[in-house]
Structure formats: structure tokens, C-alpha cells
Design a protein around this ligand. Structure first.
Ligand code: FES
Length: 169
């Protein structure tokens, strides 16, 4: 009597395990379906920070021009050497660095100047004074014909400005 009870117990345990495995498999398939659904229908980011942003045509800019792309968080600067895309985030503590067209220093007007602790940068992003440890970071630029694109996911640090960081027009 005791032996047959033990056999029944093992059978019930096996049935329970199979049922549990079945439910677990169903649950995993349901989760997978939900994830696939959300991934498929989630709106793709375009023209926003973290994506490649169209920044116009070479002919839209003359040497010295600076255009701010709010959605991309960068400034596109037309230098003598070509274009550079400067990330707006201050390398000191991360404040947004505005372009101050009327700020004068050492006889020159127009500087990037951080409102938080005064780090001041040339058009190239090179630090000239303030607590920032390096120049403003910059982003990868691609040219297709005369169309300019900036990859806002490709942010590069540097120790100093060198002309080869600019992309020729
Ligand atoms: Fe820009 Fe401190 S955060 S100087």
C-alpha cells in the first residue's frame, strides 16, 4: 500500500513538472511576442540626438558661420579648414555652452562661453581659459556631394584642436 502511494506521488510530480514547463514556455512565448510587437511599432528616432542629422549644404555656409542644431545638440562651424561639429556639452561639468557672438576677449569678438564656470572656447572648440580640462568634444561629419551630415552618436574627445579635425568642404 505504501509502495503504490509512492508511485502515484512520483507520477503527480512528473505531471506537475510537465505542466509547469508548458506554462513557462507559453509565458516566454507571450513575452517574446510582446517585445517583438513593441520593437516593431516603436517610432524610430530621426533627426534627433543620437542619430545622423542632415546639416544642409556646403553652399549654405560661409567661413566664420556657426549654426546651432538644437535637436542634435551641436554647433556646425564653418572654418577656413572646413567644417567642425561641436558638441554643446561643456567638458568641465556638462553645462550647455552657448555661442556668445558679442563676447569680447583679447580683441576678438565671438566665443563659445560656458555660463556655469566661464570656460571659454574658440570657434574651433579649443579652450582658451576656464576650468574645462580639454576642448569641446566634436562629432563625426560626412559629406555626400555637397550635403553635410553629422553623426550625433559619434562624439570624439581631443586634447587640443588640430586642423585635421575639420572636414574639408
Ligand atoms: Fe562649463 Fe564648468 S560646466 S565651465
Amino acid at each position: 500500500m505504501a509502495v503504490s502511494g509512492a508511485v502515484g506521488g512520483v507520477g503527480e510530480t512528473r505531471r506537475g513538472m510537465l505542466a509547469f514547463t508548458g506554462w513557462l514556455t507559453m509565458a516566454l512565448l507571450a513575452v517574446q511576442a510582446v517585445v517583438a510587437f513593441v520593437f516593431f511599432f516603436w517610432p524610430r528616432k530621426t533627426g534627433a540626438f543620437g542619430t545622423v542629422i542632415s546639416a544642409g549644404k556646403v553652399g549654405d555656409y560661409k567661413v566664420g558661420d556657426i549654426k546651432y542644431f538644437v535637436e542634435g545638440k551641436f554647433y556646425l562651424v564653418r572654418l577656413q579648414e572646413g567644417f567642425i561639429a561641436l558638441y554643446q556639452k561643456c567638458p568641465h561639468l556638462g553645462c550647455v555652452v552657448p555661442w556668445k557672438a558679442d563676447f569680447e576677449y583679447e580683441g576678438k569678438t565671438g566665443w563659445f562661453r560656458c555660463p556655469c564656470h566661464g570656460s571659454t572656447y574658440e570657434r574651433t572648440g579649443q579652450i582658451v581659459f576656464g576650468p574645462a580640462p580639454r576642448p569641446m568634444d566634436y562629432m563625426k561629419i560626412s559629406m555626400k556631394g555637397d550635403a553635410i551630415s553629422v553623426d550625433t552618436s559619434a562624439i570624439m574627445k581631443r586634447d587640443t584642436w588640430v586642423p585635421s579635425q575639420a572636414v574639408a568642404a
